[in-house]
Design a protein around this ligand. Structure first.
Ligand code: ADP
Ligand code: MG
Length: 351
């Protein structure tokens, strides 16, 4: 890839004393200016992969290229300070005894005093901290401290910024706002980034492409839309979309489930197995109330949560399985209502 800034080739890392690799044969590349998400649950190897890219860990297999130049292979590792990367951590990692301006200027020792001052000013403005230059970290909110950390990472104009769960310590309002702002700031600077998170919504909303990881391995890579609408494994479907799963049988061109039969779109007809699981996304279920006598033994509304813009319904099937449905706030059904569940067959996925 000509405009690729970073390439990983079958990168493998196994810690001494561990029987399984923390990172196993990970391959991907990152284009200039792109934001790549590393998404996976705790312990799946996200931080280890980031530390390998940063040069804080040595790999046992594969190679890493930065600007087409090999920076890591078994037995060789370019030192972190020669990689021109910026880092942002979950706990901000600011120098407590330095002001905002001094924290941000810390990595700019090579510049003249005047250029350093200009660069610090620019970075402070970029992250929206103008006026707070002389504060100390303990005089700032968590969100402001993370902005300082971001400005410090951006100030040396690195080739790539690595962010390890930077929003996880912040409360939800700040997190949502900073999520959008980090994306805007990165896009404005054109600096490529790798954004580590265990939060699927964060990855979907902030990243241009997402790597879904499980147990050290890459499960799927794609745009947020691709990963969400065409998950290539049951694991990705569950982790990224948080959909519902039901056992299903395929008979002819009909998929039979305990909540009803659905005709299958032709492009799914060549599916190999006839006994499988069908995934129904929460937002793809339509609930149609039925009169109680006719609806006995059907799907029942067990509970509902009002989230302002939408409802989340908890449904109980005949066999006692729980399904979740998200509907607009105009679909207000009472708890205990029997319902018929309708889905657009084109939205179904099979595993
Ligand atoms: N320094 C280390 N020594 C031994 N095992 C480690 C070390 N760091 C991480 N691990 C193990 O590697 C796996 C991946 O960890 P990590 O990369 O921190 O995951 P994540 O960031 O996705 O939560 C875990 O099983 C963890 O216990
Ligand atoms: Mg981690």
């Amino acid at each position: 890839m000509v405009d690729s800034i970073l390439q990983l080739e079958r990168v493998t890392k196994q810690f001494a004393g561990s029987i399984i690799p923390a990172v196993k044969e990970i391959t991907f590349s990152l284009a200039q200016g792109d934001i790549l998400g590393l998404l996976g649950s705790s312990g799946c190897g996200k931080t280890t992969l980031l530390r390998l890219i940063a040069g804080f860990e040595a790999l046992q297999g594969g190679s890493i290229l930065l600007h087409q130049r090999e920076i890591a292979r078994p037995g060789y590792s370019l030192p972190p300070e020669q990689r021109n990367l910026g880092m942002v951590f979950q706990d901000y990692a600011l120098f407590p005894h330095l002001t905002v301006a001094k924290n941000i200027g810390f990595g700019l020792g090579k510049l003249s005093a005047r250029d350093r001052q200009l660069r610090v000013g620019e970075s402070i403005e970029l992250v929206g901290l103008t006026g707070l230059e002389h504060r100390y970290p303990h005089e700032l909110s968590g969100g402001q401290q993370q902005r300082v950390a971001l400005a410090r990472a951006l100030a040396p104009r690195p080739d790539l910024i690595l962010l390890d769960e930077p929003l996880s310590n912040l409360d939800v309002q700040v997190r949502l706002r900073l999520r959008q702002e980090i994306r805007s700031i990165l896009k404005e600077t054109g600096i490529a980034a790798i954004f580590v998170t265990h939060d699927q919504e964060e990855a979907l909303s902030l990243c241009d492409r997402i790597v879904v990881m499980q147990a050290g391995k890459l499960e799927q890579i794609g745009t947020p839309q691709e990963v969400y609408s065409r998950p290539n494994s049951r694991f990705v479907a569950d982790f990224v979309t948080q959909g519902n799963f039901l056992p299903a049988q395929i008979v002819g061109n009909v998929v039979q489930t305990e909540i009803g039969d659905f005709e299958i779109p032709p492009d799914l007809l060549d599916y190999g197995s006839d006994s499988l699981e069908v995934m129904l996304r929460q937002e793809d279920l339509q609930l149609q109330p039925i009169r109680s006598e006719a609806g006995m033994g059907e799907v029942m509304i067990k509970d509902r949560q009002f989230l302002g813009r939408e409802y989340i319904y908890l449904l109980k099937t005949k066999t006692g399985k729980t399904l979740q449905a998200r509907t607009g706030k105009e679909v207000a059904l009472e708890i205990g209502t029997p319902v018929k569940v309708l889905v657009n067959p084109a939205q179904l996925r099979f595993f």
